[in-house]
Design a protein around this ligand. Structure first.
Ligand SMILES: C[S@@+](CC[C@H](N)C(=O)[O-])C[C@H]1O[C@@H](n2cnc3c(N)ncnc32)[C@H](O)[C@@H]1O
Length: 258
């Protein structure tokens, strides 16, 4: 707990990123990933395999862009760094642990950016979404883009914020969380290079008898094309969030999204 608090304090992030809970979420993800290393290993391995095999099939390996790079558990960062000329890690939060590790890779750059494009709109600094990927989508050197378990994460901070700020919410579209998901898919479709999309799409909670106690569409109704593969990610095994409840997410992978 102390380590988590210290990490929260020393992680650089702007005010809105903190207010939306993204620093807290990154720190919790780090801590939970340590506790659930074994349970999450299969999920991380499948993500890394999808990226590795896609990379191996590419003719050119100039720039690779990782969107939602976070703790880099689901991408083969050493392999990417060794095979591409340039590696861009894009996230709203880069924990100091990641910053430190990446210092040893000369061709890896950290880009701090809001990939929903709506933080300024929520805070009242702008009256519309800003395009978060205009520069990178226009860069013809980008041969591979990986959206690394980011998509589902674009909706909940906006949802929570709208709920906590009913007065400000009136000037914003009620379906903004779903729009954030749809916009990210549109953003990915603009890249000329290969795009790998990895995302959890549903959450299922069960009790110890196997009875489903809750289910959530993490895509908020946004339709997706058929994926290449899918698997379960035991995000919260029994005992993690509650003694008698587990939460499992269904993950889908698209190796050539656009
Ligand atoms: C489930 S984690 C992804 C896991 C990560 N690929 C890993 O291996 O650790 C989701 C990531 O999306 C990032 N994220 C969430 N909302 C974001 C936003 N609006 N802009 C940029 N990054 C965001 C979080 O900071 C987090 O690192």
């Amino acid at each position: 707990m102390l380590a988590e608090m210290a990490l929260w304090l020393v992680t650089p992030a702007n005010r809105m990123t903190r207010r939306l809970g993204l620093v807290t979420e990154s720190v919790s993800l780090w801590a939970r990933g340590q506790r659930q290393r074994k349970a999450w290993a299969g999920h991380h391995a499948r993500c890394r395999t999808a990226v590795t095999e896609t990379m191996e099939a590419l003719r050119q390996r100039r720039t690779v862009v990782i969107l939602g790079s976070g703790l880099l558990r689901d991408v083969p960062i050493h392999l990417l760094s060794a095979n591409f000329e340039r590696v861009l890690l894009v996230d709203a939060v880069h924990l100091p642990l990641v910053r430190l590790r990446m210092r040893f890779h000369r061709n890896v750059e950290l880009v701090t950016r809001d990939l929903s494009g709506v933080m300024g709109w929520l805070s009242g600094e702008s009256d519309r979404r800003t395009d978060p990927l205009a520069d990178l989508a226009a860069d013809s050197m980008v041969d591979l883009v990986v959206s690394a378990n980011l998509l589902s994460q674009l909706a909940w901070p906006v949802e929570d914020w709208l709920e906590d700020h009913p007065a400000e919410a009136e000037r914003l579209p009620a379906d903004l969380p779903a729009r954030c998901i749809a916009w990210h898919l549109d953003d990915l479709r603009r890249f000329a290079g290969r795009v790998v999309l990895l995302s959890d799409v549903t959450m299922t909670e069960r009790d110890r008898t196997g009875t489903i106690t809750d289910q959530l569409d993490l895509m908020r109704g946004v339709a997706l094309p058929e994926s290449d593969e899918s698997w379960d990610w035991p995000v919260a095994p029994f005992g993690e969030e509650a003694r008698d409840r587990e939460s499992v997410h269904r993950v889908q992978a698209w190796r050539d999204f656009c």
